[in-house]
Design a protein around this ligand. Sequence first.
Ligand SMILES: Cc1cc2nc3c(=O)[nH]c(=O)nc-3n(C[C@H](O)[C@H](O)[C@H](O)COP(=O)(O)O)c2cc1C
Length: 338
Amino acid sequence: MTKLFSPFNLKELTLKNRIVMSSMCMYSSVEETGHMTPFHFSHYISRAVGQVGLVMTEATAVQPEGRISAQDLGIWDDEFIQGFTELNEQIHAYGAKSGIQLAHAGRKAELESPGYAPSTLAFNESFKEPIAMSTADILNTIQAFADAARRAKKANFDIVEIHAAHGYLINQFLSPLSNKRSDQYGGTRENRYRLLSEIISAVKKVWDGPLFVRISTDEYHELGNKIEDILYFTKQMKDQAVDLIDCSSGGVVPASISTYPGYQVKRCEIIKQSTMIATGAVGLITTGIQAEEILQNNRADLVFIGRALLINPYWAKMAADELRQSLEAPTQYKRGWH
Ligand SMILES: Cc1cc2nc3c(=O)[nH]c(=O)nc-3n(C[C@H](O)[C@H](O)[C@H](O)COP(=O)(O)O)c2cc1C
């Protein structure tokens, strides 16, 4: 049996294989309300039919002001629970597990009103200058993440992922490039980690299932967080009993990133080996052989597939064929699944 198609246990949860559909904003919710449209059902359910082990839904805003755009999905109110419950029922019907990525865009919100951020630094000239968050704003946002996790539990998600990557709000606090605060949420890396730490603790009070955190492992800037800082953060997360670090990169400041197959895997491997925590690798992983190499060499525990799954909902079948691995077909498709 290949590693890619072997099960993976997270607490009481078992993923049937190591293939995760990576979170990808589809900017297709009902304009301004943040509710799902029929598109979301087709989009996510078809990847469950396509036999991925875990379907991670897109970045979902915990507060309306934390949306990237007016077309983002939301989970800032109990009225969202019903739609997600229905979606999860269908994802589960095809044997996949489901996860939600809880997000706040911070200064990268592209809404009419300015975004909220640790400091009043805009991402670049095309973004509005953000409002520097007061302690009360910070506490409200921490509570919003916890409320969102409570709703995710009610809606039967299997996994919660906190989005602390790509230069969105939590990443803005983590990075010295965007966090210029002089209170307990800024300055030293201990202080810059405080918001994420408090969000993890608050989420854990209401969510007892597996918890992932997506981080940017490289800020592509000489004054940004270094690998030692990243390892400090991942060690703290391990101590807080986070179950898996989803290892992405970039987005804190404008930067040109040279990408190549598996360009983010090296740091994922370093985190896994140094912190002794489960990791997910993501970024230009497009073939079964490539995914298998990452897992076989213990560089990650899960592979997150983004764009390759957008163009091919049957990526898992393609990878299984490539690795000469049999893969169970969804009942309805047995006759076409050789
Ligand atoms: C259309 C699109 C939307 C994305 N939205 C998100 C998102 O909501 N949350 C997130 O963490 N990453 C997001 N990403 C990044 C992907 O999850 C993934 O990390 C990235 O595309 C690299 O993986 P890939 O080479 O397999 O596509 C998005 C990427 C794409 C292409």
